[in-house]
Design a binder for this molecule. Structure first.
Ligand SMILES: Nc1ncnc2c1ncn2[C@@H]1O[C@H](COP(=O)(O)OP(=O)(O)OP(=O)(O)O)[C@@H](O)[C@H]1O
Length: 220
């Protein structure tokens, strides 16, 4: 495999529980190369979301480390480096859908800011591609949860992140929308992102370069 873009080394994470602490991740190892799409399966409660939270720096492991391009992360990296589509979506409800998707492009400070015309074009293309091209001027709470989920995916990918982490990205979609989301995830990998998808959906596993399973706190 090529040098990993994202690497998890010996991740351990324990959570308090009324009947005693539960160690959800027990020395987990994962390496994902740039351009690779990896799906993570595992029963409900096995720790998929907990793993994604560690990989994007929202949470810290009890021991072990997460490396991006060989460098340990300290807190959450910027969106253009590592973007996340969490199950809770995390859209800004006071911004329109188009403004939400434009955020990573507007906030990026490491390169010259794209022009308003380029931002508009990127946002429109993504919304169109995901079948929600007519919703840009609405607010997140004025559309369905499945539509919000696609908005959150568009926002995650708009800044062309090096690493894309998505949690159940097809969970609330109708049959017509799933292929659109799968095509976009695949394209992100083909454009060079390391893509990790936690999912129960066999349709998503079918587009993966590699599938790993989370069981008893480790991947196999
Ligand atoms: N912040 C937390 N505090 C306490 N327990 C937690 C916390 N986060 C996760 N857990 C526990 O860790 C375990 C794994 O949860 P997680 O949400 O990662 O599972 P999952 O595999 O993503 O499940 P699902 O497929 O249902 O989304 C669960 O037992 C959960 O209760």
């Amino acid at each position: 495999m090529a040098e990993p873009a994202l690497e998890a080394v010996g991740l351990r994470r324990r959570f308090p529980h009324p009947s005693g602490d539960v160690e959800v991740l027990r020395g987990l190892e994962l390496r994902v190369a740039a351009g690779e799409l990896v799906t993570v399966s595992g029963r409900s409660g096995s720790g998929k979301s907990a793993l994604l939270a560690l990989l994007c720096g929202f949470d810290s492991p009890d021991s072990g480390s997460v490396l991006l391009d060989g460098v340990p992360i300290a807190g959450a990296p910027p969106w253009h480096t590592c973007a996340v589509l969490p199950q809770a979506l995390g859209l800004a409800n006071e911004l329109t859908i188009a403004e939400n998707v434009a955020l990573p492009l507007r906030l990026r400070s490491d390169i010259p800011k794209p022009s308003a015309k380029d931002i508009h074009a990127r946002v429109s293309d993504l919304l169109e591609e995901l079948g929600i091209g007519d919703l840009g001027e609405r607010y997140p709470l004025e559309v369905s949860f499945g539509q919000q989920q696609r908005v959150a995916l568009a926002r995650a990918v708009s800044g062309r992140p090096r690493v894309l982490l998505t949690d159940e990205p097809t969970a609330h979609l109708d049959a017509g929308s799933t292929p659109r989301v799968l095509r976009l995830l695949r394209r992100c990998a083909e454009e060079g992102a390391a893509v990790i998808v936690a999912t129960h959906d066999d349709e998503v596993h079918r587009i993966a370069d590699r599938r790993v399973r989370l069981l008893d706190g480790v991947l196999s």
